[in-house]
Design a protein around this ligand. Structure first.
Ligand code: SF4
Length: 315
C-alpha cells in the first residue's frame, strides 16, 4: 500500500509539473499514466470547449486537457499539493450539497469574459481611490502603529475575491496583502485551483483574483481586530466589493465571515454553505494561517475551493 501511495504521489507531482510546463499536450502519456494509476480509465484528450457563458455565443479553443479527466487522473490519496493525505477523522471526505442560506433575490454578477474585462477597467479608479484614502486614513488608532496601509491586490478579471482578516508584519512592511507564509499558502491554493482547472476557461492567479482584508492596517502583535476597528474600516471593503462585482467571495477566517455574512459562529459551522452578499455568492473557509498550524484541514479547504468553483459556474 505504501508503495502504491508513493507511486500515486510521484505521478501527481509529475502531472503538476507537466501541467505547469504549458498545461500538457493533448493525450499526454503522463496524464494517461495518472489516469491508469487512479484506475479511472478515461484517456485524456484536449477538446474545444464552449465559452463559460453560453449567452456569449462564442466558442474558445482551450488547449488544456479536459478538466474532468485531469481531476480523475489525480490519485485520491493525494492532497492538493501532491502530498499523501492523512486519513480523515473528524470531517467528511465527501462534500455535502451546500445549503443556500439566503433567498436568491437577484442575479449573480457576470461571468462573461468581455463583461469581466469591462468591469476590471471600471473598477480601477475606485480601487485606487480606496487605496489612497486608506493610506491616509486616521479613522482608528491602528494608523499610529502601522508602517503603511495594505488596501488590496489583484483585479476583477476572474470575479473571485478572497477576504482575510488583517495585514501581518510582512504585509505591513511591503504594503501588499497575503505575502507572508500564510500568503504563500493562499497563492499555492489559487495555483492548485488553476492547475486542476476547477473553473474551466478561467485562469486563476494573484492577478486575476482580488485579495484583501477586513482591516487595512496591521493590529499590533497581530492581535484580533477590535469591533470598532472593523466598523471603521468596513466601508473601504464594501466599496472595493461594489467596484469589483465578484461572482464569488471567499471569506478566509471568522472576521471576514462575520462581517460579510452577518452572523457569528465557528468556521466549522459556517463553511459548506452558500451565502449571498449583494450580487455575489459567498462561501467561508479556514484562514491560511490556521492551515499552517493545522495542515490536516487542507482537505476541507480543498472541498471549499471545489464548492467555490461549482457555485461560480451556476446561477
Ligand atoms: S484600519 Fe482601516 S479604519 Fe483603521 S486607520 Fe487603517 S484604514 Fe483607517
Amino acid at each position: 500500500v505504501s508503495e502504491l501511495r508513493a507511486e500515486a504521489a510521484r505521478i501527481a507531482r509529475d502531472l503538476r509539473r507537466h501541467l505547469e510546463r504549458g498545461h500538457a499536450e493533448p493525450g499526454g502519456e503522463l496524464l494517461a499514466r495518472g489516469a491508469r494509476a487512479a484506475a479511472r480509465g478515461p484517456a485524456v484528450e484536449a477538446r474545444t470547449r464552449a465559452s463559460a457563458t453560453p449567452a456569449a455565443g462564442r466558442a474558445v479553443v482551450d488547449p488544456r486537457p479536459d478538466p474532468a479527466a485531469v481531476r480523475a487522473a489525480l490519485p485520491p490519496e493525494v492532497d492538493l499539493f501532491g502530498k499523501p493525505l492523512a486519513p480523515a477523522t473528524h470531517f467528511p471526505t465527501a462534500v455535502a450539497e451546500p445549503d443556500v442560506v439566503q433567498v436568491r433575490t437577484a442575479g449573480v454578477h457576470p461571468i462573461d469574459p468581455a463583461a469581466r474585462l469591462a468591469l476590471t477597467e471600471r473598477s480601477l479608479p475606485v480601487l485606487s481611490e480606496v487605496a489612497v484614502e486608506a493610506r491616509a486614513c486616521t479613522l482608528c488608532a491602528l494608523c499610529s502603529t502601522r508602517t503603511q496601509a495594505v488596501p488590496g491586490v489583484g483585479s476583477a478579471l476572474s470575479g473571485i475575491v478572497f477576504v482575510g482578516e488583517a495585514p501581518g508584519s510582512e504585509e505591513d512592511r511591503r504594503g501588499e496583502p497575503f505575502v507572508g507564509r500564510a500568503g504563500e499558502l493562499l497563492t499555492r491554493i489559487i495555483k492548485a485551483m488553476d492547475d486542476a482547472q476547477l473553473i474551466p476557461g478561467v485562469r486563476l492567479s494573484r492577478d486575476t483574483v482580488y485579495i484583501c482584508n477586513v482591516l487595512k492596517c496591521r493590529p499590533p502583535e497581530n492581535r484580533n481586530p477590535l469591533p470598532h476597528e472593523v466598523e471603521s474600516c468596513a466601508p473601504y471593503l464594501r466599496r472595493q466589493l461594489a467596484a469589483l462585482q465578484p461572482r464569488v467571495i471567499c471569506c478566509l477566517g471568522k472576521f471576514a465571515a462575520e462581517l460579510l455574512v452577518g452572523v457569528k459562529g465557528s468556521i466549522g459551522g459556517l463553511r459548506g454553505k452558500v451565502y449571498r452578499y449583494e450580487g455575489a455568492k459567498l462561501i467561508v473557509t479556514y484562514h491560511p494561517a490556521f492551515l499552517l498550524r493545522s495542515p490536516t484541514y487542507k482537505r476541507p479547504v480543498w472541498e471549499d475551493m471545489q464548492l467555490l468553483a461549482r457555485e461560480y459556474q451556476t446561477d
